[in-house]
Design a protein around this ligand. Structure first.
Ligand SMILES: Nc1ncnc2c1ncn2[C@@H]1O[C@H](COP(=O)(O)OP(=O)(O)OP(=O)(O)O)[C@@H](O)[C@H]1O
Ligand SMILES: [Mg+2]
Length: 319
């Protein structure tokens, strides 16, 4: 990786939260505890990458993004985004990034979307010609004309997210932070947003950091994933390798050509059987080819399917 665009070293964020007052204790008698939301996370992201930032609820994903975008100040550790310390140089920092939080809106509720975009042109001092180019491009990619002259409050959630994506990119940021951008959307709306993210990355080289609980987002967009849990990094690497390394057993589904009283094969365990169909589970130490070889020596086979563990399965095992 050349000079990373995002670099975190031992980044930590703790919150002080009041415990429920016990009995009749008064506010000043409350006890406090410290919650460590992000616990010494280090990572580096290169220009042009699309990285999935994953983890169960409460893992610390949004807290990390809020520090990267300058909304929260770290408790400890260092953080540099596009060469800046986000919370210290907030104004310049914001000019270089785009941010979209799912189910949230950064546009003016009562203004037509187009007017919000026009206002952003002034806020970010986007040259008029460049603004016109971006608008044309985003109208096409996000089908903005469907709702461009409606106020934000009248948009469907899918339309609102499309409008917010356009708004987040009008000033040509090199970095885009997306915190659950597809949450609550139907499949068609999700696909549209994924296609847009892919296109923006391909066409403009925008670096994207994305959190989501929808693993189709990840499968369709990210080659690299970072998995965190309890504020700590659990995995950082290729998506393919994640399944390879942490994936559970594979499954071999066999349709026998005959009714056999008992079916068994060395190296796999029988998981289920129904009529002529049986499903075997097998670990990484065995190949599907070896199993199929052994099975076909003993039985007549009609059909075979091998199923790889999916990401969902893999993450469930990790968490
Ligand atoms: N402002 C805050 N005050 C106190 N605790 C907080 C605050 N913000 C987050 N936390 C706590 O920090 C931890 C991490 O929260 P965070 O929102 O970063 O998780 P997340 O990974 O984004 O989860 P989700 O998938 O549910 O969005 C949680 O235990 C949460 O309760
Ligand atoms: Mg979150």
């Amino acid at each position: 990786m050349t000079q990373p665009i995002i670099a975190l070293e031992n980044l930590t964020k703790t919150f002080r939260v009041a415990l429920k007052p016990e009995g009749r204790s008064l506010p000043w008698a409350r006890t406090w505890k410290t919650v460590t939301a992000v616990d010494a996370i280090s990572l580096a992201i290169g220009r042009g990458e699309v990285v999935g930032y994953l983890g169960p609820n409460g893992a610390g994903k949004s807290t990390t993004i809020k520090m990267m975008t300058g909304i929260l100040t770290p408790t400890a550790g260092t953080l540099r985004v596009a060469g800046r310390v986000p919370w210290r140089e907030r104004r310049q920092h914001v000019a270089g990034i785009g941010v979209v939080f799912g189910q949230r809106n950064t546009l003016w509720w009562d203004l037509p979307v187009q007017e919000s975009l026009d206002l952003l042109r002034h806020v970010y001092r986007v040259p008029p010609a460049r603004f016109a180019e971006n608008l044309t491009r985003f109208r096409a990619l996000l089908d903005l004309d469907e709702f461009r002259f409606k106020p934000a409050r009248d948009l469907s959630l899918g339309q609102l997210m499309r409008a917010n994506l356009a708004a987040a990119l009008m000033h040509d940021p090199g970095l885009l932070f997306l915190d659950e951008p597809t949450i609550g959307l139907d499949v068609v709306a999700k696909d549209r947003i994924r296609a847009f993210i892919r296109e923006i990355n391909r066409e403009r080289g925008v670096t994207v950091l994305l959190t989501t609980h929808d693993l189709s987002d990840i499968e369709q967009l990210c080659e690299r994933v970072i998995v965190i849990d309890h504020g700590r990094t659990r995995y950082d690497g290729a998506l393919s390798e994640l399944v390879e390394r942490y994936g559970g057993d594979r499954a071999l589904q066999v349709d026998f050509a005959d009714d056999y009283a008992e079916v068994a094969v060395e190296g796999a365990t029988l998981e289920s059987r129904e009529g002529r169909r049986a499903v075997f589970r097998f670990g990484r130490g065995v190949t599907a080819a070896a199993l199929i070889g052994r099975l076909s020596e003993r039985y007549t086979l009609a059909d075979l399917t091998v199923r790889e563990p999916d990401i969902e399965d893999t993450l469930r095992r990790m968490y």
